[in-house]
Design a protein around this ligand. Sequence first.
Ligand code: AMP
Length: 465
Amino acid sequence: MIKSPRGTRDLLPPDTALWNFVETAVRDVFRAYNFHEIRTPIFESTELFARGVGEDTDIVGKEMFTWEDRARTWIEQLAGLDEVIVRARQDPAYKASLDTVKLFEEYFAPGILKAQSLTLRPENTAGVVRAYIEHKLWDRGLNKLFYIGPQFRRERPQKGRYRQFYQIGAEIIGPAAAGSQSPARDAEILELLATLLDRVGIKNWTLELNSVGCPADRAKFNEALRQALAPVVDKMCADCQRRAVTNPLRVFDCKVPEDQPIIETLPTITQFLDEACRTHYAEVKEILNAVHIPYVENQRLVRGLDYYTRTAFEFTHGALGAQNAILGGGRYDGLSEALGGPAAPGIGFAIGEDRLVLSLMETVSAESVMRKPDVYIAPLGAGMNREAARLARELRRHDLVVELGDESFRLKKSFEAADKIGARYILIVGGDEVAANAFALKHLASGEQVTVPRAELAQRILQTK
Ligand code: AMP
């Protein structure tokens, strides 16, 4: 038997009803905050993640699904050259900048039919910022974008941790002049998240908040960490020993229980924040207080990605056990520049949709959010399938959920089928009914049966929703 690959799973009904319930609620919330959807490719150049997430993060270092794509053929390369020629004809500045040597190297030199390294996206922020740069979205001022989709990481699978998982995320990004750097954006994102979790029905979440400062603060902090780690690092796990050299900040990602007492003693970033970062952080907290969003400060929260600046946060939920982070996010003011774009401060988050649904299952059953059929149509005898099909078509136009039986079924079998799928009504379509153009409609829970003229059927079924 062929099974789904390790760390992936099939989402089946009725569970998918819960996923759709979540996504519908989330889309409503995004609408109220004037966010619009963006869909970026599921795979991107490997380089995007190496630069946008960080070479020495666990994600880029160990967890990406990467492959060498087949090299472009000569024909494809020549098609590329075509585009260059067209552009050169249209744009004199571009033409002037073309370097024949470069052209030759790229399109004609032998041995340049290079394969391209591609990667299934492990997260979506890098893709959104790539799109921001590629489509010059700064022309639109402040961009408020959201996405819902699969992400891929080669992690050890366990409850709440998969190799294909889903994220619901959002980003606010734009030129500083459009207000993208304001602490009001951070607070708006956090207040949106509180609203979203409440709306979906997740109770008892905790917002953990920190500021990781700007690059200069982090350089000072990294130095202090390096010094603090030097005498103790040989007692820590292999990953931490590596981190202590390459990027000491990442020591805070360590989940090894034996290392935690040492990590507790390390200095925290808070002491190293400069005046501007401190003021920014204070203002975020002031706005949260004003809108009554509770939070706890966690000075060890540094998040898994390198490009974060200032505000960093996570929402956790008790029901999730070890994998208790339901979402994470933060500010990434330097990311656009790291990817070769203009300065574009931004802040965003990603909710683990799998974990959101898992938490929700504590209190809401998938069955309860699944829409059951309003009516089961039971064609009775030869030639009745086509009559049933006509009726189903009419009723479905009234937004009723209709299930169709088969003319070969006996009435008893149709009743059993209607019962099994939880239909509210059964509608019997036999020769007599068709002749009279009025049909037997039975309410399954009460057993009450009435004969209803065709023209009144939909109204009648809708009335007792
Ligand atoms: P991150 O991009 O690592 O900050 O992840 C954001 C959120 O995505 C986390 O808080 C989790 O809820 C979720 N998440 C991350 N990795 C996984 C995974 N392998 N399986 C399921 N959910 C995940």
